[in-house]
Design a protein around this ligand. Structure first.
Ligand SMILES: Cc1cc2nc3c(=O)[nH]c(=O)nc-3n(C[C@H](O)[C@H](O)[C@H](O)COP(=O)(O)OP(=O)(O)OC[C@H]3O[C@@H](n4cnc5c(N)ncnc54)[C@H](O)[C@@H]3O)c2cc1C
Length: 323
């Protein structure tokens, strides 16, 4: 029987898996088709693709800075210098933060941490039961496994739905509001726009990135990622599926207007709604561990809206487990 079953292959799941595998037998399960969770990379062709969720890292804590430095040396991460434009004076302060990205895609950190670890994709955990001194774990496709310990790294609402029956503290009494947002992936003719990204000052479109500026590939077309504001996402993420063309056009029109980019031809678009994009209010604990029943929870939502918080939460959980 497995020592640990880990749910999620984002930064939190891959970090806890990386540390636990040194001592225990582990397996990772994710409902998605590939690695990275909200730091996924959507491949178009070969090396060409889009950072679908997470845009870049700006390490703040000493611990995470030192971890990212190691990953730069190992050529997993690199600096994204370029020409970052600020259409909003208020957030200009962001300019001073470094911007790190994956060398091939922003799921590179998770790929690196999960090297040589058994990962099962398209496997959605749907039911958990504690039996004697182990967990019975049932997946959406009726497959089931047994594991001595269970770690869940899903966003707050999903983690709560699966585990609230077993969590003995007041953890789930916390009000964790996760923001929603819409992302449009867009491929156009070469526009001549030299910017690498735009922080906007708009109520609908919050951020634009030019994927070509990340220097991962050479291509005779421009690739853009357009992200809505949380304000717009809150109103529209629940029903975007019925009006994909409409929402895609709203973000593209805003992009053209705000950045004065001249688009002659559109070759590809894709829209995605992030229901649980991130939460802005940190909790007063970094992770949850119940040794008695072998249940652990970690994720960015313990610490705030950035990938670094997921990494710190997973490390905190690991320390609790091996204490
Ligand atoms: C659009 C967008 C832009 C962002 N931009 C930035 C940024 O620029 N900088 C930054 O630092 N952060 C950014 N973030 C936040 C960052 O992406 C997250 O903080 C980080 O990726 C969270 O990692 P995690 O491992 O905690 O959660 P996740 O990445 O969400 O991983 C959880 C995993 O669990 C899986 N899962 C959930 N439920 C189940 C189940 N029942 N069974 C199996 N698998 C399950 C999911 O498929 C997922 O892969 C952004 C997020 C979004 C959505």
């Amino acid at each position: 029987m497995l020592d640990f079953c880990i749910i999620g292959s984002g930064i939190s799941g891959s970090t806890i898996a990386y540390y636990l595998k040194k001592k225990y037998s582990i397996n990772v399960y994710d409902k998605a088709r590939g690695v990275g969770g909200r730091s996924s990379f959507k491949r178009y062709k070969g090396k060409i693709g889009f950072d679908h969720g997470l845009q870049y890292l700006s390490p703040r804590s000493k611990e995470f800075k030192s971890f990212t430095k190691k990953l730069i040396k190992k050529k997993v991460l690199k600096h994204w210098k370029g020409n970052h434009e600020f259409l909003n004076e208020r957030i200009k302060k962001d300019k001073k933060h470094v911007k790190l990205i994956g060398v091939k895609g922003n799921n590179d950190i998770s790929k690196f941490l999960l090297k040589n670890i058994d990962c099962n994709f398209q496997s959605e955990l749907s039911e958990i039961k504690r039996q004697k001194d182990y967990w019975y774990l049932k997946f959406r496709d009726n497959k089931y496994i047994y594991s001595k310990n269970l770690i869940i790294t899903a966003p707050f609402p999903q983690a709560k739905k699966l585990t609230s029956k077993f969590v003995i503290t007041k953890l789930f009494k916390n009000k964790v509001v996760m923001n929603s947002s819409l992302t449009v992936l867009l491929m156009t003719n070469k526009t001549g726009n030299k910017a690498s990204s735009f922080f906007t000052n708009d109520k609908v479109l919050g951020w634009v990135s030019k994927e070509n500026s990340k220097k991962r590939f050479k291509f005779n077309k421009d690739l853009w990622v357009l992200q809505s504001t949380f304000e717009y996402g809150k109103k529209h993420t629940d029903n975007y599926r019925n009006k994909k063309k409409f929402y895609t056009n709203v973000l593209i029109s805003k992009f053209k207007k705000l950045t004065k980019t001249k688009i002659k031809k559109i070759y590809f678009t894709h829209i995605h709604g992030w229901k649980y994009s991130s939460n802005s209010k940190p909790l007063n604990i970094q992770s949850y561990w119940d040794k008695k029943i072998g249940l652990g929870l970690c994720g960015d939502w313990f610490g705030g809206p950035r990938l670094e918080n997921g990494w710190l939460s997973a490390k905190d959980l690991y320390k609790k487990i091996v204490k």
